[in-house]
Design a protein around this ligand. Structure first.
Ligand code: ATP
Ligand code: MG
Length: 430
């Protein structure tokens, strides 16, 4: 019976492994094959004088990245990966790979990201890439555990919608029978509606679609958002949930993904400590004004250059709080004593924004007024506004980008490294 390559040791005695031919080295009388599965790599050593004809024939014919089944005796040997080798009694080719390969899995010559993404199925065979997606999977497990442990209800809201969350033009229109429809940019309005339904604590992990014509290393046109909404909570309450989630997720990855972290050379991987610092927007702007040449004033959005400058000053994870009301969405709750600032926040990582959230406006009249102030028409939000007339509790929530979480956690240089099949302005296939 086959065993995972990682668990083959000299003590195993005999072993059968199934995997891909990672490397072939033929030294005349001796041939070495590295066989790889998702758990590791083992050396298969063939002494040509001693091997049987069937093994010799298969070994001669096989190409790199073919799928093979090899069974034989395990021996300790210092020089081979994992300190052991497999001397085959059988060597079976399950499926021969074509040559040449569109991408070198061993990657002696580093490939361009575009080439890698074009052949993602091959790229993802590379142990470093496998490690990223195993860690992403562990992150998702941790996020789910975290919310279920705290009594959240998991919800799924529609991705085909009739209206934009925040107006704006960053929407992908789609053909929906004879109606105008769009891919949803955020579950915002729907998760808020579930507060009116009395669900109290909800979370959703799902796709968000942004028709932004950005070409940056941190924007995708299809991203994954981790969203929550909580009733009878203010923005401080949901900020605490957010920092606890970040800490929980890092801690889970640190203990459950040690091999993957080693593979990615994330040697300095540290679990951040909560609470994260809370930097008022006005102070963030003051830091940016000091550090960068670009003009920036109170009331401006925080530009990428400002984001980097503030990040360099703050380090690690931190919140920016107390935003000007005019640059946050209509659903953010203004402070009573100073309505020009609101109960909104962004969770930042030194390198970029990770999440945005706020306490929400829960009174119908105030919400209508704020929608109008943004130059939007309340009539197109009637489906959303209706629940606010029939007992909407106070509530707060946030949305956290899963790709940016993984990207910053693993110090990846491009957000596309954290998605299997990224969608950007130039990429719709595969
Ligand atoms: P940015 O200003 O960095 O473009 P945003 O403020 O437009 O982000 P939000 O609408 O606040 O983004 O979305 C909440 C979170 O979802 C972001 O903090 C980010 O982590 C993630 N996110 C949003 N848009 C994208 C995108 N285009 N690509 C990847 N992640 C995204
Ligand atoms: Mg934001």
């Amino acid at each position: 019976m086959r065993i995972p390559i990682q668990s083959v040791t000299p003590a195993t005695g005999t072993a059968e492994v199934v995997g891909w031919v990672h490397e072939i080295r033929d030294l005349g009388g001796l041939a070495f094959f590295l066989i790889r599965d998702r758990t590791g790599i083992i050396q298969v050593t063939i002494v040509k004088k001693k091997a049987n004809d069937a093994v010799l024939a298969a070994a001669k014919a096989v190409s790199r990245e073919s799928v093979v089944r090899v069974a034989g005796t395990v021996r300790a040997i210092d020089k081979a990966p994992g300190g052991r080798e497999l001397v085959p009694e059988t060597f079976e080719i399950l499926n021969m790979s074509e040559s040449p390969l569109p991408l070198d899995v061993v990657e002696k010559v580093p490939a361009e990201l575009d080439t890698r993404l074009d052949a993602r199925f091959l790229d993802a065979r590379r142990p470093r890439v496998t490690a990223v997606f195993q860690i992403r999977s562990a992150v998702m497990q941790a996020v789910n555990e975290f919310f279920f442990d705290r009594g959240f209800i998991h919800i799924t809201t529609p991705k085909i919608v009739a209206a934009a969350t925040e107006g704006g033009t960053e929407l992908f229109p789609i053909a929906y029978f004879d109606k105008e429809a769009f891919l949803n940019q955020s579950p915002q309005l729907y998760k808020q509606m579930m507060m009116a339904a009395g669900f109290e604590k909800v979370f959703e992990i799902g796709p968000i679609f942004r028709a932004e014509e950005h070409n940056t290393t941190k924007h995708l046109n299809e991203a994954t958002s981790i969203d929550i909404e909580v009733s009878f909570a203010d923005h401080y309450d949901v900020m605490r949930i957010l920092e606890d989630l970040i800490v929980y997720t890092y801690a889970h990855v640190k203990t459950s993904c040690t091999d993957q972290l080693a593979n990615l050379e994330c040697t300095g991987f540290e679990v951040p400590a909560a609470p994260f610092s809370r930097l008022p927007y006005a102070e963030a702007i003051a830091i940016a004004q000091k550090m960068i040449d670009e003009p920036i004033r109170y009331g401006d959005d925080i530009s990428p250059a400002a984001e980097r400058a503030i990040g360099a000053e703050m380090g690690g994870h931190y919140f920016i709080v107390d935003w000007p009301t005019e640059i946050r969405p209509y659903y953010a709750m203004p402070y009573e004593d100073d309505p020009s600032t609101c109960r909104a926040f962004d969770l930042m990582h030194q390198r970029m924004e990770l999440a945005s959230g706020a306490e929400r406006v829960h009174r119908h009249d105030q919400l209508v007024q704020q929608i109008r102030k943004k130059g939007l028409n309340p009539e197109s939000f009637e489906f959303y506004l209706r629940p606010f007339r029939y007992g909407m509790p106070p509530h707060a929530g946030w949305g956290l980008g899963a790709e940016r979480l993984v990207m910053t956690m693993l110090d990846l240089s491009n957000v596309r490294e954290a998605v299997l099949f990224p969608r950007d302005m130039h990429r719709l296939v595969p």
